[in-house]
Design a protein around this ligand. Sequence first.
Ligand code: ADP
Ligand code: ZN
Length: 663
Amino acid sequence: MAERVSETCGPASFADVCVGYPVEGVFTYAVPDGIPVPAFSRVKVDFRGRTVTAFVLALHRDTPAGFEVKEIRSVIDESPIFDERLLDCARYVAENYFGSLGETLAMALPSGERPSKRYRHPFGPSASRAITLTGEQQSVYDAITTSFDSGAPFHLLHGITGSGKTEVYMEVARRFMGVGASVIYLVPEISLSSQIFERLHDVFGDDLIVYHSRLTAQQRLHNWMRFYSGDAKIAVGTRSAVFLQCPRLGAIIIDEEHDGSYKEHSTPRYNARRVAFYRCRKEGALLLMGSATPSVESLYAAERGLMKLHALKGRYGKAVLPEIEIVRLSSARPEAMLSTPLKLHTRRAIDGGLQAIYLLNRRGFAPFVVCGECSAVLECPQCSISLNFHSDGSMLCHYCGYQRRLPEACPACGAEKLEKVGSGTQRVEEVIAGTFRGSRIFRLDQDSSRKKDAIFELIDKMRAGEIDILLGTQMVAKGFDFHNVAVVGVILADIGLNFPDFRASERVFSLLLQVAGRGGRGDVPGRVIIQTLNEDHYVFGYLKNHDYYGFYRHELSVRRALAYPPFSRITRLLPRGPGDDVVEAAMARIAGVLREGLRGIENATVLGPAKAPLARIGGNYRHHVIIKARDIESIRPALRGAVAERLPRGVYLEIDVDPFDML
Ligand code: ADP
Ligand code: ZN
């Protein structure tokens, strides 16, 4: 890169920029006469026939040889909006997740062009509430800060639901802000509709900015600049807030670290958790992640000494954890989906003026097959992943492509009682409404939550006791804090358990423990009833005892045996396009290049190609291969080769390192 020109030696003539496109490389443009262009700012340039946003990486006076230099069209920022540290972080992301530097910067930086001048929080005046930690919270706080001061930057807090993790986070944040450092506080997307922003604002007032996708581009830019300048010292936001810049980074806090929304789902598919690790290491900051159900990967990292582990074991105040009961369902028919215990407890709760929350995991997916006699689920012999039933009567593994006919009898016990599960959940809702006639049922799902007010309406109604049964998808499991919930019911726990994903058990365990945590939060004791066709599955034994560590140990042994993460890194390549044959052929070619590139590399396995579990989304057909390798570094050249493969028109290749979702 050319030598940088300082302000004092006169205006520069050229700017090296990268563009927010999937193209590699740095391009040189001329600086227009008399218009100052700051380094580390955004400009507009003509690029391949279009006007696009570009990021100024350097200024210089070396006239480029061999081509005609175009002028910068216009300047967006009058002063820098990032610096060398963000550039370094973006390079790390681009390299590790296979995006271009320009794409990565476009993702990391706000897109607004003029900061909204009058933007204010939607909250009332700042109240500056004081924090008083309990004894247990105080000792966790002391342990974290003391060990950070003696050189340990990475910390994991395992605290049961309602133990006051948020109070600890806030106190840690305050400590860093007290010495003039800035703090980034990450929350999952689901928290957009929760009370966390208000809670932080009560403590930090105008020192707080928010940063998430529901702000306008102008508001995001305004808040970015307040944090960048050091005017606001704490930022709370979703995934992309991990890129916020500040004069001196003190700490990054990641609430609900197990949550899938920390993973980006377009190129580059970074994980905010990994980016936070990288930044904290580089910038000497504290990383504090916490959860009631830490991810297997994080807990394993803590066990190996990469992070320090802390625990909060008691609920705040007088609340106690609810009792969990596992109930076996006799059939997968929708009419049989309300067990006697669930009906009885719900009836009793409603009659006593209390409330129930039902989790109905409706996420649409191809059905799987279970034996009505011995509860065995048909699995792939090589991948230990449930086979999915397709309408042509075949059973398919979506990892490796293994295929078989639907057998007449259960391969495990011989009974001719195989049942298809996973369809007909619509019908279940009707059954619930029919059973509790006259009761007030509120349904919360993806559609109803999109309207922001719907959530607040729900919260108000729940508090006022105007809802008897709150019925919903995953969303009801997270964050809600209602004090009169006597019953939590999980209609069919098996649906998530049999997703073709090696994290299926972990995700279900974590979801069920979180939803169980919605019960018994006030003076009313909670009762959790989890219904399943397969009560022998190992997750249920641990759930019953709220035994997170037992589950973790079991899950870890399964992962070790099959070399799934954290014992390997997984990468997924997925071409998509409008024609199934074309995509399949492209996939075959990419897989060929990949196998060639991986020849002689130990501990790297290619699974597939196979049709992706969601074989078609929005008119695009999807095929994939999964690469399991001990480390990413040794397979990176092969991945590069595959990514560089020329693809037919209309076919786009998605590359996902450490995918969270395998559908
Ligand atoms: P977690 O984040 O671990 O689920 P929260 O921080 O939300 O727990 O705490 C649960 C409830 O207990 C909240 O209503 C919170 O305000 C209250 N609480 C926890 N710790 C304290 C404390 N030290 N002082 C006052 N209230 C607390
Ligand atoms: Zn398989």
